[in-house]
Design a binder for this molecule. Sequence first.
Ligand code: HEM
Length: 453
Amino acid sequence: MVREIIQAVTSLDILLSPGEVVRLTPNELHFSNPAAYNDIYNHKNKWDKDHLLYGAFDQDTSSFGSIHYSDAKQRRDMIAPFLSRASILRMQDVIQERVNVLCDALARQFAAGDTKGKSSNLMLGFHCFGVDVIMAFCYAKNWDATKVPDFQSDIVLASKVAIRVITIRKYSRTLVKVMRHIPVWFGKNFGTPMTKAMFLFQAALMDQIDEILRNPASLENAPHKIIYHSLLDPDANKGRPLPSRLSLWHEAQALFGAGSDTIAVAATTASYHILHNPEIQQRLVNELRTAWPDLEEVPRYEVLEKLPYLTAVVKEGIRLFPGGAALPRVVPPEGATIAGTFVPGGTVVAQWFLYVLRSPTVFPDPDAFIPERWLGEDAKALEASLVSFSKGPRSCIGMNLAYCNMYLVIANIFRRFDATLDAERSGDLSVVEHFEPVFKGPHLHAYCKPVSD
Ligand code: HEM
């Protein structure tokens, strides 16, 4: 019952018909006309985020959780160089190392089966990979979620519960406050294995922050630049006081949350469609084998991102991102016109990105996985409608890292393995909407048989 109510509240957008505007709460409007997207999420609109949803995360002083544009901008300016394309190119080996660990795990799992091999839970594998990349890239920590047998990592399983709780916290500030005041020692020792895992993880992030605040020189021992080099750089802070311990912790959690599950959903979506379409898989494998003839000589990201078909597959996977929240914004006092309708100041407005990403007028045959749409003459124009990372001043700041993860993980899986769908253990891509989409049915499973050349 509770599940149905939550689903009804969070998936109401699905019910909208074309051109409709729906009042979700007394002060919140949702639009279905794809033209509304650009009216809400564009570079000129420095609108606040809605505190009802974003307050539920209790990360108010992070880039993601800041309600006001000005606060978010200060923080984004500090983080942007760390997540820039140049930085990703420089540190791509950190990501490739995590891909290698994922591939080793897939090969081990396959070998554990009988003659047919054993299939792997790709969804959990990609989620573990996402966690390991964020931990390695941002914090220089080897969390090694990917090494846990069958990808049953506590923190990954706990994240899936936590995102469901966000939906409840959205409607209960009391719950947010109660959870904020649960002491870490209590959370680490009592409760379910899931809650314990979450507290342990949060404590690990805090311990690193404490260590660095106690001894800032320890940053120099990091094997590569980490996020705290940027956040604690006096120049990047432009004379303002350095971020507090709490703010650093908010940021650490925000980057972890924003950067791990999202990549799992995108990589699962792409793999699901590749594995269901033998012709697409064959064309992808052919391109990869030509560009990557010797298995031992793994190509750099700069090479992979120039491959047209791989690029088209990655983009189509990101376009078909199966869900996620409509991102609510507050209309400024002077009001605004959205899809031809005047909306007074103070109103909360949102559009679910699937109204653009699955619009038949923007992407013909929108539910089909058609990499070719990114290879034609119209491809450049379509880019403007690829809104999976949102648009405007609060759009995704981790896009470069997300793309690098996607290229590396898809290229490595489909070049190093003869991958086939395990239809018996796999469901479809239908999701329950929380802030991030949560797959309803059995996760995507595939037999990943290593190739020898
Ligand atoms: C395929 C993967 C990803 C997708 C589809 C995605 C999508 C998005 C979207 C739609 C937003 C806007 C959220 C909002 O308005 O509240 C966002 C924001 C954000 N993303 Fe991503 N993201 C991905 C990967 C990443 C990665 C790898 C990172 C890096 C750590 C990251 C960090 C962030 C941050 C910090 C924000 C908040 C920006 C702000 O509010 O100003 N994301 N992302």
